[in-house]
Design a protein around this ligand. Sequence first.
Ligand code: RP5
Length: 162
Amino acid sequence: MNPKIGVIMGSSSDWETMKHACDILEELEVPYEKQVVSAHRTPDLMFEYAESARSRGIQVIIAGAGGAAHLPGMVAAKTTLPVIGVPVQSRALNGLDSLLSIVQMPGGVPVATVAIGKAGATNAGLLAAQILGAFDVELAAKLDARREATKAQVLESTGDLT
Ligand code: RP5
């Protein structure tokens, strides 16, 4: 199956976080691709990736980066595909730098920014799937079933309060 979601990250050191987005896409059987694309170290590749994504069949891009996290915003500047930005938890500032770099986009060039770290990456996978699920009843049913399972787990967890 051709990939529908592009998962990119600024460094292989981001993989520990970004794998959680990919885990969700695997679980939901959404075809995706993953690649290291750095805004600062491989800027030409970043532009080429963003410019060619739609013609290659990509429908949503998930971009994770840490520190001076320019990747999601710069990719969004070069495509009108939806871009979801994942702030990776940085060593120096715990990801606050990543979050602010990604979330404070100028009006006109949106990046859907999720939480810092693992929860954000998980939600990026889910949000990407939900965007596709707006036009895909089978995928929407899987997402609904996942929500039901989450609800059941929370309800059952009261039993753990011993
Ligand atoms: C960013 O710099 C990357 O997204 C990564 O989060 C951070 C550190 O990269 P490495 O020095 O670990 O390659 O561009």
